[in-house]
Design a protein around this ligand. Structure first.
Ligand code: HEM
Length: 180
C-alpha cells in the first residue's frame, strides 16, 4: 500500500483524535517499518490493518465507522491535491467513473506498484447509479467514505446503499447512489 495512505491516515488520527493517539496506535501496532512513513514509499497492507484495528481499540469507535471517516477525509485531501480531476465535472455521477477509467490509471503510471481496486460504474434507467467495488483488500467502508466525500464536493444529496457479495477474502460490494 502506498505511503500516502499511511501519512494521510495518521494526519486524520491527529486531527480527529490527538497526537498522543497517533503515538499510542503506532506503539501498540508495532509495525515492522517502525511507523515512519513517506508518501512515496510502499508498505505492507497488514501495517494499515493493524493501525486501524489499534485505533478502533483505543478510541472505542468501530472499524466500519473509522474507515468511512478516513475515506471521507481522503476525498477532501485528493480534492486539495488534485483539483483538476474534480473541476472538469459538475456531478458525482460523471466524476466517479473517471476514477477507474482515468485517475487510477494515472496513479498506476506514476506508481507501478500501486494496489488498486476495480470499480465498475453504471447509470441505470431509473436514475440509480451503481458502483461495483472489487478488491483483495477489505476496504469497502473506505470506498464508501470516499464516495460520500465526493458527493459532498459536488453538493449532491445522495443516499448510498450497498449489497455485499464478498467471499473468501475477495471484497465485492455494489453501492447504489440515489439522488434525494
Ligand atoms: C483524485 C482522486 C484520487 C486519487 C489521486 C487516488 C489515488 C489512489 C492511491 C494513490 C491509492 C493507493 C494505492 C496503493 O496503496 O497502492 C488509492 C487507493 C484506493 N482508491 Fe483511489 N484515488 C482517487 C479517488 C478515489 C475515489 C473517488 C475512490 C472511490 C470511489 C477511490 C477508491 C480507492 C480505494 C477504495 C483504494 C484502496 C485500495 C483498494 O481498495 O484496493 N479512489 N487511490
Amino acid at each position: 500500500m502506498k505511503g500516502i495512505v499511511f501519512t494521510e491516515f495518521l494526519e486524520m488520527v491527529e486531527d480527529k483524535f490527538s497526537a498522543d493517539t497517533v503515538d499510542t496506535i503506532i506503539e501498540e501496532a508495532d509495525p515492522p517499518s517502525g511507523g515512519a512513513y513517506t508518501a512515496v514509499g510502499t508498505y505492507d497492507f497488514a501495517e494499515m490493518a493493524s493501525l486501524v484495528t489499534e485505533l478502533s481499540r483505543t478510541t472505542g469507535v468501530g472499524l466500519p465507522e473509522l474507515l468511512k471517516t478516513f475515506g471521507y477525509h481522503m476525498a477532501g485531501r485528493f480534492e486539495a491535491m488534485y483539483p483538476d480531476y474534480f473541476a472538469e465535472y459538475t456531478s458525482v455521477f460523471d466524476f466517479l467513473p473517471t476514477v477507474e477509467d482515468r485517475i487510477h490509471i494515472d496513479v498506476r503510471k506514476l506508481y507501478p506498484d500501486a494496489e488498486l481496486p476495480t470499480m465498475i460504474c453504471e447509470m441505470k434507467e431509473n436514475g440509480d447509479f451503481t458502483l461495483n467495488y472489487q478488491s483483495s483488500r477489505p476496504l469497502a467502508d473506505f470506498a464508501e467514505g470516499l464516495i460520500s466525500g465526493c458527493a459532498d464536493y459536488y453538493k449532491e444529496q445522495v443516499t448510498i446503499s450497498k449489497i455485499d457479495r464478498s467471499q473468501d477474502g475477495a471484497t465485492d460490494v455494489e453501492f447504489t447512489l440515489r439522488k434525494t
